[in-house]
Design a binder for this molecule. Structure first.
Ligand code: M6R
Length: 596
C-alpha cells in the first residue's frame, strides 16, 4: 500500500515527481522519497511524515529522469532508512516497491547466509540484494531484475532507476502500474490521477509486464512469456487538472459537498449502457455483492435495493469472508464487486477464484483501468472524481445511487429513478447550509466531543447506513462507535446504555411503517435509560420529545437512506475538527489497501 511515481523526458523531474507524490499520498503517508540522476550519479532525498515542501529537496540536482515513493509501512518502522528508494551497495541503481514480499523471511535468511548486509528492515531491500546477487552472475541489470522479481511471492510492483543507462525499469504484479504517454515524456505511476495534469493518454500494465523507459521511449514485454507487446493507449474521459481543496479547509468537507453532483455522475448511464448487466442479472441464479469497509457497506445497500426494488436474490459478502461461501457459489451466479480504488487485495482475491470457477464478474469502481475493472465482464465506473480523503464519502453515495438506478432499471422504472435521483440531489440543499453545519458542529459535535462510546441504530434500508455511519465516525474521530440493526437492541446492545450514552437513531418515513415503529420504540427505550438521543431522518419526527437533537434529511422513497448517510459524514467531520485530528489522513489508515 504505497505509491510509485516515475518520470523520464524533457521536463525537470524534481517538481514533477514531488507533485506526483503529493497526489499519491493517499496510498501511504508515513514517509516518502525521491531519487534523481545527474551525470550517472543517483541523488536521493527521503523524509518521514507527509510529503511537504522541504528546503533540502531543492538541493537535489536538476534532472530529466527520476522515481519517487510514498510509503505505508509494512516491514520495519517509519524511519528515513526504511523509506524508499533503496539504493544498491555500489550505488548503481535504486528501487521502490509497492506491495509485500510474502516470502521475505526465507529470502532474507538466504541472503544473510550468503553474506549480504542489510541497513533497513524492509522487504524492499531484500529485492535490491536479490538483484545484486543476479548481477554478480554477470547478467544485465534488466535481466537481474526480471530473475529476482520472479522469485518474489505476493503482489509486488517495483520501479528501478539505473544510474548507468539513465533508464527506468518497472515490473507490475498485483499492485497497479499505469504509464502516461505525454509529449514531454513518459510518466509511470500507481494511478493515472497522479499524472493527470500532464496527460490523458494512458497504458494500463498487466501482471508481469515490464516496462523499460529510455528518454521519451518505452518498450513493454511480459516477463512470463518473454513477448514484447504494444498495448492500446487509452484516452481518459476526465482530466483532473487541479486536485486541491478549493475553498474548503479539508478534502473531506469538499468531497461531502460534492455529493450533490457525484450522485448524478455515478448514475449518468443510459438504459442501453445498463442493459448488458440487467440481462446478466436476469439470467443469473443469484447475485453476490463483494466489498470491504465502506465498499462492503455499499454492497449491503445495493443488495438491499436489488432485493426490495427488483426482487433479485442478492446478498452481500464481505470480501475477506468469501471462503465459507465458496462451496455454495455456482458458475450460474453473478458477482458484483464494489470498490473505490479497484485495487483492494481482499476483494481481488475472491474475484480471481470466482472467475476461475466460471462466474461472471461485474464491477462498479471509481478509479479508471484498475485491476478489478480489468477483471470484470461488465465494467462500470462511479465517475465521482478523485476522492483524496482516506475516509470515503462521495464514493459511498455514488455506489449506492448506481445500485439504486440498476435496481430500478431491472424493475422497468429507469425514468422514475432518474427523476428521483435528481430530486434527491436538489433536496440535499437542506443539509448543505451554514445553519445545518453550525448545528452539527456546535450542538451535536460539542456534545459528543467528550463521549467515548456511541451507538447507531438503523433498520431495513438504513441498516447498512448505520454500519457505514459508525465506520465514518470511527475512522476520523477515533471514538468507539458501533452501528446495529435496531432489532438487536433488546438482544444485548441495550445493556450498554447508561446515563449520557449517545445513541443515534436513523428514522425512516412512515412509508416504512414497521421500521419506523421499531426505531421510534427503540429510541424510547434507550431514552428511558438515560441515553443522549440524536435522530437523523424523516423531518416529521424532528419535534418528538424523545430526541435531544435531530437532523432532518429528505426522504424520497427508499433514496432517503442515501441522504441519511450524509449527516454521519458531517458529524464525523465536525467532531474530528473539534478534536483537532488529521481529517484527510487519519492515523494508521491508507486510502487503498492493496495488501492483505
Ligand atoms: O478501494 P475500496 O473501496 O475497495 O476500499 C475498501 C475499504 O478499504 C475502504 O472502503 C475503507 O473502508 C475506507 N477507508 C472507508 O472510508
Amino acid at each position: 500500500m504505497c505509491g510509485i511515481f516515475g518520470y523520464s523526458g524533457n521536463k525537470d523531474t524534481n517538481d514533477l515527481v514531488f507533485n506526483g507524490l503529493k497526489r499519491l499520498e493517499y496510498r501511504g503517508y508515513d514517509s516518502w522519497g525521491i531519487a534523481v540522476l545527474d551525470e550517472n550519479k543517483i541523488h536521493q532525498y527521503k523524509d518521514i511524515g507527509l510529503v511537504q515542501q522541504n528546503p533540502d529537496l531543492k538541493k537535489l540536482p536538476k534532472s530529466k529522469v527520476g522515481i519517487g515513493h510514498t510509503r505505508w509501512a509494512t516491514h520495519g518502522g517509519v524511519t528515513k532508512t526504511n523509506a524508499h528508494p533503496h539504493i544498491s551497495t555500489t550505488k548503481d541503481f535504486t528501487l521502490v516497491q509497492n506491495g509485500m514480499v510474502e516470502n521475505f523471511d526465507t529470502l532474507k535468511k538466504e541472503l544473510k547466509e550468503e553474506g549480504y548486509k542489510f541497513k533497513s528492515q524492509t522487504d524492499t531491500e531484500v529485492i535490491v540484494k536479490m538483484v545484486e546477487r543476479e548481477l554478480k552472475k554477470g547478467v544485465s541489470l534488466k535481466k537481474a531484475l526480471m530473475i529476482a522479481f520472479k522469485k518474489l511471492e505476493g503482489r509486488n510492483t517495483v520501479a528501478l532507476l539505473d544510474a548507468k543507462s539513465d533508464k527506468i525499469y518497472a515490473i507490475k504484479n498485483g499492485s497497479p502500474l499505469v504509464i502516461g504517454v505525454a509529449k514531454d515524456g513518459i510518466y509511470l505511476a500507481s494511478d493515472s490521477l497522479s499524472f493527470s495534469p500532464h496527460t490523458k493518454k494512458i497504458i494500463v500494465l498487466d501482471d508481469y509486464d515490464m516496462v523499460e523507459i529510455d528518454g521519451k521511449d518505452y518498450v513493454i514485454e511480459n516477463i512470463k512469456d518473454g513477448k514484447k507487446k504494444k498495448p492500446e493507449v487509452k484516452t481518459l474521459k476526465y482530466q483532473y487538472e487541479d486536485i486541491d481543496k478549493g475553498k474548503y479547509p479539508h478534502f473531506m468537507l469538499k468531497e461531502i459537498v460534492e455529493q450533490q453532483k457525484t450522485i448524478l455522475y455515478a448514475t449518468d448511464y443510459s438504459e442501453k449502457e445498463l442493459e448488458p448487466l440487467v440481462k446478466q442479472i436476469k439470467k443469473s441464479r443469484k447475485v453476490y455483492l463483494l466489498g470491504a469497509g465502506t465498499a462492503g457497506f455499499a454492497a449491503g445497500q445495493i443488495a438491499y435495493f436489488l432485493r426490495t426494488i427488483a426482487n433479485v436474490d442478492a446478498m452481500e459478502i464481505k470480501s475477506y469472508e468469501f471462503k465459507s461461501y465458496l462451496p455454495v457459489i455456482s458458475p450460474k451466479d453473478l458477482i458484483i464487486a464494489i470498490s473505490q480504488s479497484g485495487e483492494t487485495a481482499d476483494t481481488i482475491e475472491p474475484l480471481e477464484i470466482l472467475k476461475e470457477k466460471g462466474c461472471k464478474i461485474a464491477s462498479i469502481v471509481n478509479m479508471y483501468g484498475t485491476t478489478i475493472s480489468r477483471m470484470s465482464d461488465y465494467e462500470y465506473y462511479t465517475n465521482a472524481g478523485p476522492e483524496i480523503c482516506v475516509a470515503s464519502t462521495k464514493v459511498f453515495t455514488a455506489q449506492s445511487a448506481w445500485g439504486y438506478l440498476l435496481s430500478m432499471t431491472l424493475a422497468g422504472k429507469y425514468r422514475t429513478a432518474k427523476g428521483k435521483l435528481k430530486k434527491l440531489t436538489k433536496s440535499l440543499d437542506e443539509i448543505f447550509t451554514k445553519k445545518s453545519f453550525s448545528y452539527i458542529k456546535n450542538k451535536i459535535g460539542k456534545t459528543l466531543v467528550d463521549k467515548e462510546h456511541f451507538f447507531i441504530l438503523g433498520k431495513g434500508e438504513n441498516a447498512a447506513i448505520a454500519y457505514e455511519g459508525a465506520l465514518k465516525i470511527k475512522e476520523i474521530s477515533y471514538k468507539h462507535v458501533e452501528g446495529f440493526s435496531a432489532g438487536e437492541l433488546k438482544h444485548g446492545v441495550i445493556a450498554l446504555i447508561e446515563k449520557g450514552t449517545p445513541v443515534i437513531g436513523i428514522i425512516p418515513s412512515e412509508e416504512h411503517k414497521e421500521d419506523n415503529k421499531d426505531l421510534i420504540s427503540g429510541m424510547e427505550q434507550v431514552k428511558a435509560r438515560g441515553a443522549l438521543t440524536i435522530g437523523i431522518g424523516a423531518p416529521e419526527f424532528a419535534d418528538l420529545e424523545i430526541f435531544d437533537y435531530y437532523i432532518s434529511t429528505p426522504q424520497i422513497n427508499t433514496l432517503g437512506s442515501i441522504a441519511n448517510v450524509i449527516p454521519f459524514q458531517l458529524i464525523s467531520y465536525f467532531l474530528s475538527v473539534l478534536l483537532g485530528n488529521n481529517i484527510d489522513k487519519p492515523r494508521n489508515l491508507a486510502k487503498s489497501v492493496t495488501v492483505k
